[in-house]
Write a protein that binds this ligand. Sequence first.
Ligand code: ADP
Ligand code: ZN
Length: 360
Amino acid sequence: MKSVTVKTEFKEYDIDLRKGFSNLSDTIKKSGVKGKKICVITDSNIEKIYGEMIKIAISDYFDEVYIKSFTAGEKSKNLETVSDMYKFLLDNHFDRKSVIAGFGGGVAGDMAGFVASTYMRGIDFVQIPTSLLAQVDSSVGGKVGVDFCGTKNIVGAFYQPSFVYINTETLDTLPEREFSAGMAEVIKYGIILSDDFYNFIWDNKEKIKERDKDIMSEIIAKCCEYKAYVVSNDEKEQGMRAILNYGHTIGHAIETLKEFQLIHGECVGIGMVSAMKIGVDRGEVSQKDLDKLKELLSYFDIPVSTDGLNIDDVYNQMFLDKKVSDSKINFVLTKGIGKAYVTSDISKDEIINAISYVLK
Ligand code: ADP
Ligand code: ZN
């Protein structure tokens, strides 16, 4: 199966897409990870389903394997859980040569990465993502961190893993809602980078919904290539990497205001509709494309609007986002499908119109 290489300033690593966990030890060996002691950080759901399986697979290479789990869900992604992990590592004599694995969805990966980046000023870190969202997005590129005081990912670091190992078969057990949320990020790659890929998703939507193995492998590989390409060009988000935030500016504001009612990918779906509405108003995207996006998102049960929110609240929340600099919002827009650009030249009226378009 496929491998994709990510090249960053100090590190080059592979994303290996495989069926099952049996190739994991090969990936570990070729990655250059040296330690023989590992702590697998995972959530309570994943531990139940895959705990034994990962332990067996990883014991092929590591002499000492520890599994440390936390209660599944975004609510656990905080410094308290991190502190609990530091304690676990200290109690079990983890040292500079030990390794940490993030095993699970984005929450496990982001938090494990943050722990790895700070414990003893940084120890080896590997990613084994199991949710679609983590496989196509959050496990690649080195953004790690936790939420703090109601703001998502506000405490964190750039810390690249030594490898990403994607067992595509873990998608079999992913809950429907999480699968849909992951599809929002998949669709995003098409909109910002490739109309061919966007059309591919459209043409294969039935098979995707059935989670057809071959199609899903192809899709995940493609998304990893896109993400690797963007991250390799702009690791620290000085420029191009910002296009990955398509749909995220308004999406994040909605996510914060709808605290724990809507999940990340769902808010990205709503945010993309909103961003594309700005494109339509500017005459850069056709109404037909916007209607098609809404149809595609709806097909995957991703919401295209939300209720119970006030326009001004969403607008103000956007300015509290960490990506605002000098109170200017960097907005990602597209010219048609497949060509994203970043601009701060956007009026309050345009934003207000776009927000009201997705509020019921
Ligand atoms: P995300 O991956 O969307 O950033 P989480 O890490 O919270 O967010 O994962 C979403 C939910 O899906 C969690 O409850 C997690 O336990 C669950 N999950 C992740 N991967 C799988 C899987 N392969 N099988 C079953 N449940 C999974
Ligand atoms: Zn996202």
